[in-house]
Write a protein that binds this ligand. Structure first.
Ligand SMILES: [Zn+2]
Length: 336
């Protein structure tokens, strides 16, 4: 059977800012599809495929950041007019606070969910600097209801599942069982270092173990060293232009906005398109931040996203009064 589809067969976009996240995303596909033609004005490269019953467009960013995310998503929607939902999937910096799922740790997942005055994401650095005060401006869109429902459905499903049958672990094993992808495997809980907020990393460019950051300054959690169970925390995600590598700044912004995670693309996507943000936690936004957990965090976020897609409903095709021109109706549908 041919794996070639039409542009309008794709209803779901999966945007992943980094190369490591794109690799993890592709491992979650059940089937790959042939590439399709696109306009010369579309500079994206796409990986097309299927997860369960849904055809998916995977697109990466040529560079991280909000402006790049905005442009990539605009081009996706022009080329694939029936895209109904967008997932932004990748790694992020966690705030080590306690949620209803426990303390946020490396390898856990944070998923955007409206809370309080925020629609799931807050663009904390966008606003007006007036005399003595910073006023936040601009409103972002909430995630599509269908994705929020799927996230809730999956949470219920995991609660009821036997630990040995955790569906997230099943999807994650698509990566962790692949020997070629060692960089994506669980680094071990003994490598999860959270330091006191006022203790700075000793030497930039070196791991904490290499520059001898003081183990006595680590905050210990009450978990076993081998514990790999991935917790999912749902709440508000902070999106800004800068990567946060300052624990005091992290704690200050987290207290101000009640955020669970920091990243740098969601505001760019949400400027024009509702989406669900899914971030695997790869660091604690402090000066000790390094790349050791990038692969595994990208893998957990991708595995969660696959499980979410498997729970999305199938829709009947909409009848268009003018089948030769469906672009406008498709744009309206993305707001469902
Ligand atoms: Zn350190």
């Amino acid at each position: 059977m041919s794996t070639r589809r039409n542009h309008t067969d794709y209803t779901l976009a999966w945007v992943c800012p980094l190369e490591i996240e794109q690799t993890a995303a592709i491992k979650m596909l059940d089937e790959s599809h042939e590439p399709l033609e696109q306009e010369r004005t579309d500079y994206n490269t796409y990986t097309l495929g299927r997860i369960g019953r849904h055809n998916i467009v995977i697109a990466a960013l040529h560079q991280a950041g909000n402006s790049s995310a905005t442009s990539v998503v605009t081009q996706i929607r022009n080329t694939f007019p029936d895209i109904r939902s967008v997932l932004l999937v990748g790694i992020g910096g966690g705030v080590p606070v306690k949620t209803s799922s426990g303390i946020i740790r490396l390898g856990d997942i944070v998923v955007s969910k409206p809370a309080g005055e925020y629609p799931g994401v807050v663009q904390y650095d966008h606003g007006k600097a007036e005399i003595g005060v910073f006023k936040r401006t601009g409103a972002l869109q909430p995630p599509p209801a269908v994705l929020l429902h799927a996230a809730q459905d999956f949470a219920v499903n995991r609660t009821l599942a036997d630990e040995a049958m955790d569906p997230l672990t099943t999807s994650l094993s698509r990566i962790t069982s692949d020997k070629r992808l060692k960089a994506f495997h669980f680094p071990g809980r003994q490598m999860d270092f959270l330091y006191e907020s006022d203790y700075a990393h000793l030497r930039a460019g070196y791991l904490c173990s290499e520059c001898k950051c003081d183990p006595a300054k680590r905050i210990r959690h009450d978990y076993g060293v081998d514990e790999a169970h991935v917790q999912v925390h749902r709440g508000v995600i902070a999106s800004g232009e800068l990567v946060i590598k300052d624990a005091k700044k992290r704690d200050e912004l987290a207290a101000q906005h009640g955020v669970l995670c920091f990243e740098t693309e969601a505001a760019g996507v949400l400027a024009d398109t509702p989406c669900l943000v899914i971030r695997g936690i790869s660091d604690y936004c402090d000066s000790h931040k390094n790349d050791q957990w990038h692969g595994y965090a990208a893998a957990t976020a991708a595995a969660y996203s696959r499980e979410l897609v498997l729970r999305l409903p199938m829709y009947k095709p909409k009848q268009s009064p003018n089948p030769g021109h469906c672009g406008d109706s498709a744009r309206a549908r993305i707001l469902d």
